[in-house]
Design a protein around this ligand. Structure first.
Ligand SMILES: Nc1nc2c(ncn2[C@@H]2O[C@H](COP(=O)(O)OP(=O)(O)OP(=O)(O)O)[C@@H](O)[C@H]2O)c(=O)[nH]1
Ligand SMILES: [Mg+2]
Length: 398
């Protein structure tokens, strides 16, 4: 046995499948079950990088559990699984019970229904996952609601070990605003605690995995904010709006800081103010637009050019921040005082941003859509440009 089993349950549409894909990352293998009657209700996914597989359930509403069929199905399913590998782990080690954070008034009732439904799974620990926790303001209240749900049920209180609010994937509010993923690392860390002996990741393995996930999360934030920057530049009356650009960059910096646990508020406020003075200044924008001249000679339209200009400024602010924040997080060293960063920001803009602009604009074509623009930005801004983009699937998917 080298891998644990986690059963993921919750009402339809709560976000189980989305959560599973986000936790396992890109390298997921999925085992569907052919010619077997449970096939349309259960699906196993795993990643070579994680020590647990996730068993996704479909149509396992509380009512179905009450029919006792569900428990039987899962047991049969695992038995079938064992046929392929006799050394495999035959047990469910943990349940993720998912409830929807956007429907706070139903959290307690739903949890109580599931508590009843899973009484047959006696000694299996439960983590309550509050999905779609988009509203930061509601998170603490939702966690409290979930924690109080079993006030009168000592059995469930014993089973339920943790309540974790998550956002599995970026949630777009409008063209310029989105909520970035959160809670996934907490969930992975907490779940690891319940994996059987010999399966549990040690601190070193966990750290390696979490570092990689932080990079992926940061990448996701960069991708989404660069998109906001492109949209900003593409809207004629926003094209030169440096305040709007600053707002997008500040949101970006905040989100990346959260991934790398960079606080406190006062530090970030000064940090952002300094960085945006380099990356969202009249000078920066006019430098970018000057480089765009050739592209416009080639017939590339103003929409593409302004989208690219704003998008690239968003990219560089996020790139500088993610490198600095990551270094501080990984080496466990404090961030440099803001007063020492002015020269560094200046150097980064002069050496790794402006010189690559001609390359960026020469890569644009007349009818490029946002995806092509994003790719051109990343390729031009990465030091070893095309090579990096080809070798690194993260860049490729950007
Ligand atoms: N943006 C965003 N969308 C989410 C998130 N979680 C769930 N969704 C969306 O909510 C919808 C339902 O999510 P699913 O993962 O399919 O729900 P499910 O629990 O697997 O539903 P069943 O398979 O029917 O049991 C999908 O459109 C998801 O994209 C999230 O964290 N962010
Ligand atoms: Mg699903």
């Amino acid at each position: 046995m080298n891998i644990g089993n986690i059963l993921v349950i919750g009402n339809s549409g709560v976000g189980k499948s989305k959560l599973i894909r986000s936790v396992l990352g890109e390298r997921v293998s999925i085992h569907g079950w052919k010619n077997w009657d449970v096939m349309d209700k259960l699906r196993i996914s795993e990643s070579p990088e994680l020590n647990f597989r996730l068993i996704d359930t479909m149509r396992f509403q509380p009512g179905y559990f009450n029919s006792v069929r569900a428990v039987k199905d899962v047991k049969e399913f695992l038995k079938e699984w064992m046929r392929y590998d006799a050394d495999e782990n035959p047990n469910i080690d943990l349940i993720w019970l998912c409830v929807d954070g956007t429907a706070a008034n139903q959290i307690q009732e739903t949890l109580l229904q599931y508590a009843k439904a899973i009484t047959a799974w006696k000694n299996i620990p439960v983590i309550v996952v509050i999905t779609k926790s988009y509203s930061k303001g509601d998170r603490a209240q939702n966690v409290a609601l979930a924690e109080q749900a079993f006030a009168d049920d000592p059995e469930m209180q014993k089973k339920m070990h943790k309540v974790i609010p998550v956002v599995a994937a970026s949630y777009k509010i409008d063209e310029l605003h989105f909520i970035s993923p959160s809670g996934l690392i907490d969930l992975i860390r907490a779940s690891n605690e319940f994996m059987p002996k010999g399966v549990k990741m040690n601190e070193k393995e966990l750290t390696r995995f979490i570092r990689k996930r932080k990079r992926i999360l940061t990448h996701e934030i960069l991708r989404a904010t660069v998109q906001s920057g492109i949209s900003l530049g593409e809207t004629p009356h926003n094209r030169d709006d440096l305040n709007a650009l600053k707002a997008v960059q500040m949101g970006e910096i905040r989100k990346i800081a959260t991934v790398y646990d960079i606080h406190p508020y006062d530090y970030l406020k000064d940090y952002e103010a300094l960085l945006v003075s380099h990356t969202a200044s009249e000078e920066a924008l006019s430098n970018v637009l000057q480089s765009a001249g050739k592209a416009s000679d080639r017939g590339v339209g103003q929409t593409v050019i302004h989208g690219t200009a704003m998008g690239s400024l968003v990219y560089i602010a996020g790139k500088i921040s993610s490198e600095l924040f990551r270094e501080s997080d990984q080496n466990n060293t404090p961030m440099p005082p803001v007063s020492e960063l002015d020269a560094l920001f200046h150097k980064r803009m002069e050496e790794t941003f402006y010189p690559h602009l001609p390359e960026l604009f020469s890569a644009l074509s007349v009818n490029d859509g946002d995806r092509a623009i994003r790719r051109a930005i990343v390729q031009a801004m990465e030091e070893s440009t095309v090579k990096t983009a080809k070798a690194n699937p993260v860049n490729e998917s950007f």
